[in-house]
Design a binder for this molecule. Structure first.
Ligand code: ADP
Ligand code: MG
Ligand code: ZN
Length: 558
């Protein structure tokens, strides 16, 4: 057993390393500047903590998240390791005391924010004590290509790399985009073979999008099935959090709530009750979670769609930090989009910033409407190349049993967009396709188009859904803005010319537990249908798509 494994087991009490940890540690111990790219919860801290313990001198960890420093330090102290943080949350006096201790070489780990290097007395201490390493946590913040660029973080790098008493630099991030990686490499002089990149994917998380269900009912039945598991439900507003909290507590569910409208003491109490597992469910706005490291969160439910994929992945990613299988569920309703648009309009951003927000919002909307793999969608959004195009565990992958060719329908929708002069949005287009009597159509003369009522067999809601689907699959563009207009793109033309087929995936068939679906489809369906009818009184059309039923009718003459 190597030195590192011994430290892992005796100090930290863990059995084995997570992917990438051992390589990162070995690199650092050989004083190679190292970049570790690992997903949130992947265990980046250990990558510098173990070398920091086995090397002489003090390790300095630079982190832009002041709220996380205390937790890290408390964790190390609890293991008997001398560590501290020096930041603006402390009184000037306390900062002085800790700085003196640092100068006296009393700490193995010192956590600071980048701004600390603007203080001459701090830099003086750094120059004059033996150091083991300097680590840049959340290192994507030093890159302007990162989603969270901090100029003050970047500006300290040249001065630090000039110091001669730093044996090795370590950079840690969960952002895997190529630009960010090369940027960090060149700033900190990290060679290609010293980049440890385990990718961005968190294989223990299953993503689900749930549409067209009553949210409160869904949550109640979900909680029934997950009674003793810890989970977070994010709401879009404080009011929504209050209401849901009321509803669930009335039904005897052990929950807490947390949002910025509550007093500080009350928030602290609620947070502690959740973290210590006294209450299993936390109902919160996005004010909850920053700087919280609870490892056994089994599910994160979004009661409404957030504004961006970035915030969604961050909030959903609070599930399963212990590596155990966990669910991330997004409950979508069209009103969520209106709320987010309202928030963008209300904000004080200038027009260009608003356009950028609308672009991000559109990606989030697309996530809710794609029929492709949700995991792959997220990885692609962050420019991480997914290893597989299907993860096999998200709601879309699980729904993949049946696909239907909707090319003709798509052509009708696209030609309608064209006939409408590419000047209208989803709502109006759906109305024209439906052949709606809405006066607005008459005002624009849209009721005279040849595509008016061309898909009248569908409801307006279904048509809206289809149009969103085409946008999500990039077969149709929308311009960003509050009332985005639909535009044809190159792919639309391919579809219109019949050179590209459009598929949708239809509802799942719940046969997984029954038997091997592929071996004997109809036999299983027959048994399943009987079982469901007998036990639950479920009529078959609730569960099976039209195509399946048509197929089935050959076997079931009734
Ligand atoms: P990151 O900074 O990458 O988001 P952390 O370093 O905070 O992740 O680690 C996340 C969780 O995983 C922590 O609770 C940590 O103690 C735990 N952890 C880290 N490495 C291991 C390991 N080898 N075995 C088990 N748990 C680990
Ligand atoms: Mg971390
Ligand atoms: Zn998938």
């Amino acid at each position: 057993m190597g030195e590192e494994e011994k430290i892992l087991q005796t100090y930290f009490g863990y059995e084995s390393f997570r992917p990438g940890q051992k390589e990162a540690i070995a690199n650092i111990l050989q004083t190679n500047n190292t970049l570790a790219v690992m997903p949130t919860g992947g265990g980046k801290s250990l990558c510098y903590q173990i070398p920091g313990l086995s090397l002489d001198g003090t390790a300095i960890i630079i982190s832009p998240l002041i709220s996380l420093m205390k937790d890290q330090v408390d964790g190390l102290n609890a293991l008997g390791i001398p560590a501290t943080f020096i930041n603006s949350s402390l009184s000037a006096n306390e900062q002085q005391v800790r700085l003196k201790n640092m100068a006296a070489r009393r700490y193995k780990f010192v956590y600071v924010a980048p701004e600390r290097f603007e203080s001459g007395s701090f830099v003086n201490v750094v120059k004059n004590i033996p150091l083991s390493l300097v680590a840049f946590d959340e290192a994507h913040c030093i890159s302007q290509w990162g989603h969270d660029f901090r100029p003050s973080y970047r500006s300290i790098v040249p001065n630090l790399t000039r110091l001669t008493n730093i044996p090795v630099f370590v950079a840690l991030t969960a952002t895997a985009t190529e630009e960010v990686i090369t940027d960090i490499q060149s700033l900190l002089n990290i060679k290609n073979n010293h980049v440890i990149n385990t990718g961005f994917e968190r294989e223990n998380l299953s993503f689900h999008v749930v549409k067209g269900k009553d949210k409160a009912t869904y949550v109640r039945s979900f909680l029934q099935e997950h009674l003793n598991e810890s989970g977070i439900i994010y709401t879009a507003t404080r009011k929504q959090a209050d209401t849901l909290y009321e509803q669930l507590s009335r039904r005897g569910i052990a929950c807490e709530k947390y949002h910025a409208g509550m007093g500080e003491d009350e928030r602290k109490r609620a947070q502690a009750a959740f973290i210590q597992d006294e209450k299993t469910v936390m109902i919160a706005t996005n004010a909850f979670g920053m700087g919280i490291d609870k490892s056994n969160v089994r599910y994160v439910i979004h009661y409404a769609m957030p504004m961006t994929i970035e915030s969604y992945y961050q909030e959903a990613g609070r599930a399963g930090r212990d590596g155990e299988p966990s669910d991330c569920i997004l409950l979508f309703s069209p009103q969520d989009v209106q709320l987010q648009k309202f928030l963008i309009e209300q904000s004080l951003m200038d027009d260009e910033a608003k356009r950028a927000e609308y672009r991000k919002l559109q990606a989030m909307i697309n996530y809710c409407h794609t029929h492709g793999c949700l995991t792959a969608f997220i990885l692609e959004y962050f420019d991480d190349k997914p290893a597989e195009t299907t993860c096999g565990r998200c709601s879309n992958c699980l729904n993949r049993q049946e696909k239907t060719d909707i090319t003709e329908e798509a052509q009708m929708i696209l030609s309608c967009v064209k006939r409408m002069g590419e000047r209208f949005g989803v709502g109006m287009t759906a109305k024209v396709l439906k052949g709606s009597n809405d006066k607005k159509l008459h005002n624009f003369g849209l009721h005279k188009l040849t595509t008016y009522g061309i898909l009248s067999a569908y409801t307006e809601k279904e048509l809206t859904e289809r149009i969103h689907f085409l946008v999500a699959e990039k077969l149709l563009d929308t311009e960003e803005g509050r009332f985005p207009t639909l535009k044809l793109n190159k792919e639309s033309v391919e579809v219109l010319k019949g050179r590209r087929t459009v598929w949708i995936y239809t509802a799942p068939i719940p046969v997984t537990e029954e038997a091997d679906y592929h071996l004997d489809l109809f036999d299983n369906l027959r048994r399943l249908r009987k079982k469901l009818a007998d036990e639950k009184g479920v009529p078959p059309y609730v569960l099976f798509s039209d195509a399946t039923l048509k197929e089935l009718s050959r076997y079931f003459p009734d």
